[in-house]
Design a protein around this ligand. Structure first.
Ligand code: NCD
Length: 344
């Protein structure tokens, strides 16, 4: 059957809370990657086009509410807002907000919604974004809310930028289908890899090699979610391998995604030899084009000595964050006719 490809996703996304959301299906993700590329290559280069893009969402306002440290995510969202002409207000230090006077998080967030058109928030509390979005939906100003990292559970916009980085890399090699992706490190508490795995449900024949110390293994809920995926052909089912042997796991891989030890979430003194979960020059002694990703900030698991290798995409990945967030904000706050955007 020759089905028309949907090109207009106005209103498709209400909030961005979790990568498990049904809206993140294959068709949408393909479109999202194409839209990001269109913005990056057709609008984000020349001054005339940048000026045009700055007019798209003039008059809109965004609140960035970040009560946890952030460098990349915060700056890339601010940059994305600037690209689109969105004005930004922000609270980054809870000590300067009314929470010091005992105001509840939900009251603070509802207050923000009185002034802005979108709320982008990062919090150490995993479920806060979902609770806040439900709370806003029950009000007369249910502005969209983006989860820019919630506790140890999810970081859906990082997953979108990681996915876009893969899609861009493998565009001419069947996109992300049938790729072998190694995910390494503190898989228990790294929220980025949970969200990434959730999005990877959309691709056929994926092999995920999850490399971690047993104490820091991928949460069962993520594995169960992937196992519940039902493709028509058995060979398309995701294959999941859990191991603590990085040397064996990188053999024949298409990508390796590293994560740091999330010390801030460990109450206990954790006695793990994390050096076993670091990439070493020996892993790159292969002609294979195994690309390297890391959400950053990095620790010793990805030494800067490996930055010169062209397969190391961490800096491109970071910049992709700005483009994907521009596309996302555009989708959430569209104003002009979609068809006017040239999506390839
Ligand atoms: C990640 C995060 O905050 O979860 N950073 C980011 O947003 N790029 C990864 C991390 O802190 O390890």
């Amino acid at each position: 059957m020759n089905r028309a490809v949907r090109t207009d996703y106005r209103g498709h996304l209400k909030h961005v809370l979790s990568a498990t959301q049904d809206e993140f299906d294959r068709e949408f993700l393909n479109h999202f990657c194409d839209l990001t590329s269109a913005i990056r290559t057709k609008y984000g280069k020349k001054q005339d086009d940048l000026i045009k893009m700055k007019g798209w969402l003039v008059g809109k306002r965004a609140m960035l509410y970040f009560t946890q440290p952030s460098t990349r995510t915060f700056i890339s969202f601010v940059s994305a807002c600037q690209m689109l002409g969105i004005d930004v207000v922000h609270v980054q230090d809870p000590n300067v907000s009314s929470s010091v006077k005992g105001e509840s998080e939900l009251d603070s967030i509802r207050t923000f919604s009185s002034f802005v058109d979108i709320i982008i928030m990062r919090s150490p509390i995993s479920g806060l974004a979902v609770d806040a979005a439900r709370h806003l939906d029950a009000t007369k100003r249910p502005v969209p809310l983006i989860n820019a990292g919630g506790g140890t559970k999810e970081h859906p916009t990082q997953a979108l930028l990681d996915l876009y980085t893969f899609d861009r890399t493998w565009r001419k090699q069947g996109r992300i289908d049938n790729k072998v992706i190694v995910i390494v490190g503190d898989l228990r508490d790294s929220r980025t890899v949970h969200s990434l795995c959730y999005l990877l449900r959309n691709y056929r024949g994926i092999e995920l090699r999850l490399v971690s110390p047993p104490e820091l293994a991928m949460p069962r809920e993520v594995i169960q979610f992937l196992k519940a995926v039902k493709w028509e052909h058995e060979s398309d089912q995701p294959k999941i391998v859990e191991t603590d042997d990085l040397d064996a796991a990188v053999d024949g891989a298409d990508a390796v995604y590293l994560t740091r030890l999330q010390k801030e979430y460990k109450d206990e003194e954790i006695d793990i030899d994390y050096s076993r979960f670091a990439l070493r020059p020996v892993h790159l002694e292969t002609p294979r084009k195994m690309v390297i990703l890391h959400p950053m900030p990095r620790g010793p698991e990805l030494p800067p000595e490996l930055d010169a290798d062209p397969r190391n995409l961490i800096w491109r990945q970071q910049r992709n964050g700005m483009w994907t967030r521009t596309a996302l904000l555009y989708l959430l706050l569209w104003k002009m006719s979609y068809e006017k955007l040239m999506v390839s």
